[in-house]
Each structure stands twice: as C-alpha cells, then as structure tokens.
Ligand binder design. Sequence first.
Ligand SMILES: [Zn+2]
Length: 501
Amino acid sequence: MTFLNDLWASFQIFSGNFTDHYGLWVNGALLLLVLAAVGLFLWRSIRLGRRVRHTEAQLNLPEPSKKQNEEWCRKLSQAVSFPTVTGDKEAISQFRSWLKESFPLVFSRLRLLDCPGDGLLFQWRCPEKGKKGPVLLCAHMDVVPTEGQNWTHPPFEGEIKEETVYGRGALDCKGTLCGILQAVEELLQDGFAPGRDVYLAFGCDEETGGKEGAAQIAKQLKMRGLHFDLILDEGTPISTAHLGKENFPAALLGVAEKGQATFRLTARQKAGHAAMPPQHTAAGYLSEAICRIEAAPLHKRLLPVMQQCLLFSAPAMGSLQRAMVANLPFTRPLLFRGTRHNLQLSALFHSTFAATCLEGGSAPNVLPETASALLNARILQGDTGEKLLEYLRSLLDDLPVTIEMVSCQDPSAITDTAGAGYQLVKGAVEETFGRLPCIPTIMPAGTDTKHYQEFSDHIIRLIPLAVSDATLSAVHGPDEHLSCRSYTAGVIFYENLLKKL
Ligand SMILES: [Zn+2]
C-alpha cells in the first residue's frame, strides 16, 4: 500500500504542476494508460486460460501381460538386491555377472566394447548402412548408501510388496537400467533389428561424478569418432500429478542440467590460547563469509526454457498463478518472490551456493590458525565457475578469507525442443503413456551426461517411469520403491522408442 500511496502522491505533484486544463488531459491520458495495461493483463490471462482448457492430460499406463508383469518385476527386484553402493567393486562385479545371466541375448548379440573401469558400453548395429546417426541410451549401476536412514523395508533384499519393488536403486537407477536391457532383450527375442546403430552406456559411479564409469566410456566414444542424434539418460520423471495437481500428469523432459563447482573458503588468523582471543578469530571470519554469501543470493533470471516450462505447466496452476505466468514480462519479480519457498523451482532461476563441509580447530582451548569450508555451487546456464569465483572474491574482498576453486563443471548446453531428438522422445512418451503434455525443464542435479556433452546436441534427461511426488522424494532416502506397473510401462516406453529409430 505504501507503494500505491507514493504513486498517488507523485501523480498529484506531477499533475499539480499543470494548469487545470492540462492537468485534465494528463489525468485522462494516465487513466487510459492504466486501463490499457489492465486490459492487456486480462487479455493475456484469458488467452492462456483458453489454451489451457484445450490441453489434454491423461496418463494411460500400457497393460503388460501377467507373465511380463511378474517376470520383469522379479528381475528388477533381483537387481535391487545387489548392494552396488558406489565404490563397492565386488558388488558391481557380481551385479555385472547377474546382468549377463539375466539378459543373455543382450550380452550375446550386442557387441560389448572394451572400456577401462567397471562401466559397460554395448553396440547394437543396424544391419543396413543408413544415413541416420546413432543413438545412445544411458543409465548407471551404482547406488547411494543407506546408512543412517530409517528404512521400514530391507534396502537390499528386493522385497516385492503390493506389486511394488522396495529397495535402494529401484528408481535411481536400476528401474531405468533394467528397463533398457529388458526392452532390448524382448526385441531381440522377436528378431527385431534397430533402424540405426544403438549404443547402451551404463556407468558404475554416477553418484560420485562418473570418473571411473562415464568418463572412461566417453574416451571410447571419442576414439570411435561417434556423434549421436540423441542421448537419453536418467533425469526428470513422468509425474502422475504435476505441481501436485492430481488430474494433470505430465512428462518432464530435462533438456539441460545445471553445472556444479566446489569452492574452498579458508580464513586465517594467528593461533593462540583460547583464553586470550582477538576480537575476530579464523572461525569468526569464516562464519562472516558464509553469512554474507547466504545474505546475497545471485540475481534470479528466467531462461527461455523455464518460461516455456511455466507456460506448459499453466494447466496445473490456480487462476492467479496462471495470470502471473501469462504476463511474465511484467510479473517476473512477483514470480521470483512467490516461488522463493519452493526450493526445487527457485533453484532453477539462479546459481546457488551451499556451505557443506566445515573444518577448523583441534582442541577446545586452542584458537585455530585456519578454518575452512567447502562451498557447493550449482551453476545456472549463463554463469560459469569462473564468474562465480569472481563474484565471491568481490563479495568477500575485505575479509581475510581466501577462495579457491577446487572443481568445476560448467552447465550443459540446452537441447532444442523443436529438434529431432526431443521430438523422438516426445513421440515415444505419447505412444506409451497417452496424450501427455511433455514439459521441458532443467535438471537441478547432475547426471552422467556431463561426460557426453561433446557427442550430441540432443541430450534428454528423462526417467520414463510414472511416479508420484511421494515416490520421487524417496530417491536417495529411505524406502525407495517403484511399482511394478510403472516399471513395466517403462520397459514398453524403451521398446516403443527403439522401434521408432
Ligand atoms: Zn541416478
């Protein structure tokens, strides 16, 4: 209201400088301007409302046979029973042997290319030499640990209860991995051959960055001079209730992923006795630095792809939110303010920093000479690690704190939604799941595709599994699970995609 009062006061001063005659004209012109703005706002809102009414959103999971449902689902549950926590080479090796036994046609008919490390790279050749470029389907074998989590189902026994597989990796990422392998196995059994070369890449340490798996596979791809028409990796899911709206399912297609960097902040002060401390200690300066970074978040920006994402998501919104989205050129600041508590969405509007590991001090009565913190940054498209380093340096330039960039992966390119790769995936989604809106978005987290950037301009990150928010939130947490029905639909999605190539 203060803003409106100020506006009115300025308006009165402004119009008061004119004679009565001119004042009338000015008032009239301003009134017309306000009416035109309100009209434009309403027109844009109504136009989007009309479009939204014609959006079809119906999730139809394909019906597998009883045998398929049981057999495929049992295999997934067996896959989940291997505790392939990143770094456990023994578990990964046993899992690889189990894969070979469980998908015999894949291992005998496809060519397993030599890769150093524990990753797997298969080549499925198209029998005819065509002009179509190859396609790469990806997933990973490793999972995150379960220690310290309160599981009510055993995490590594592959328990099936009420047609749902429980266990670490059910969704991330063995549902995808087995989904690909099962689809290829089925197609091979039917005597199918792909219309272009297909490569399958399965990393073994995606959860810790992919240096042993995807990075080694990438070297093989480079050596062979490969360039793909499509790379499809894990990513955002088929949401059964987009933005919590039950009657609005949607396929979220990750067309980009944020980059990430780690910075080390180190504060230095003289060591000494804690009984005679200076006004500011190393720990104090470090805390000041972290507080300053948290108090000055980077400016939010609306990338065109996020604008597209919001527009396509409009049917799942209330009328007020929809009006805001319809008028984004004018309502951007309101949108940023209104979504600031939605951490997942808010993270897609800017690069972020989070202090994670802190160190300093060795005894309660000794002043530490150094105190340090690791700062994890997630980099939005348009920023780079170097830019963020510069920003931190300017923000903390008056503090005795040094900043060093420990690691950096700049953000990915953004896949064109009008491109053939995106359209291919969209087609397979629609064929499998019904008339489902496909909504492009940015992945806030990373995938193995960071190692495959140079091999394609068409990279999509999608878990083709229909899941609720509750199922999704169990990823990396306790009681991770996946329903058999959702899994079998995922297998059929991969079959449909492969048939379209
Ligand atoms: Zn994953």
